[in-house]
Design a protein around this ligand. Sequence first.
Ligand code: URA
Ligand code: URA
Length: 329
Amino acid sequence: MSGDGDSRDAVLRDFLTWLEQNDPDGGWYLDEDPVEMPAPVATPEPAIPEPAASAPTAPDPTPPERAAATVAAAPEPVASAAAEVPGGLAKPRRQLPPLDLDSAFKRRAEIFVAETVGKIARQSGAGGLAADPYLVEAGGDKAAALARLKAEVLPCTACSLSGGRKNTVFGAGDPDADIFFIGEAPGRDEDLQGEPFVGRSGQLLTKIIGAIGLGREDVYIGNILKCRPPENRDPTGVEVEACEPHLMRQLAIIQPRVICCLGRIAAQTLLGVDTSLKRLRDSVHFYAGVPVMATYHPAALLRNPDYKRDTWDDVRRLRVLHDALLEQD
Ligand code: URA
Ligand code: URA
């Protein structure tokens, strides 16, 4: 195929993508009118295991060291927490539909993946995401460990947001997910329903996840904050400090292969940086050895549809990276 024909194809594909994303009968388009809320995804809740008869030792809520601070000089084999936990590697995976990628995008994505795989190897000194004590106690049963954590987090009163909530929004999805999406905080709809991303942003997120061949039930969706800030204002430092340990423990139970931060606040908070989202989108980052990508928050796409194209690139790269990481197993 000639280079010229290839770039003409790429332009045409881009245009078709734009049409598709803005197609009222599908794609990434939402009516201006309020849309009927989808039923929250029912996550099967396994029975919460009885705590051991002896006083259970409180797990250390300290977040794992920021990966960047602990890069060791000599790479060692990745200490995979899943490997230490019985049953941790037994996930049956569903065959995902292949993505239809144009060759220009595919080339760029392959470079991104090769670079990222190299960076992951160099991250091994960070020690990986240590298995959460509940995961170890549950013998690697992520659903059981997550249900136990959820039962603890729902009545949390660690910050003042608990006083104004209707519901704590713990998070939802596959306890054994390979991709963990992190948003900022619940909004009005999420507070009312106790489920993450169920309002207009959430409906768009569902479409975006669908556009890369996945369903909400295939991934895990959580937030930096579990309770709604008044008027959806930005989280305060005090709130983040109080709430972030819950997210750290969700990550330490689920052990995702890749994290995708939705929006500036989620990305900056998780990574402990104040870099702009535009710059954070440019490369892969790490949280305790786990690759972290950042893209626009779906609410930003609702306000600014021109960001959809970049988001489309980001999530396709996310899917390509996800596929490459699973292929290594
Ligand atoms: N916005 C978020 O960041 N999280 C939600 O759960 C909903 C909207
Ligand atoms: N605007 C969109 O909505 N999508 C694109 O891909 C580009 C511009």
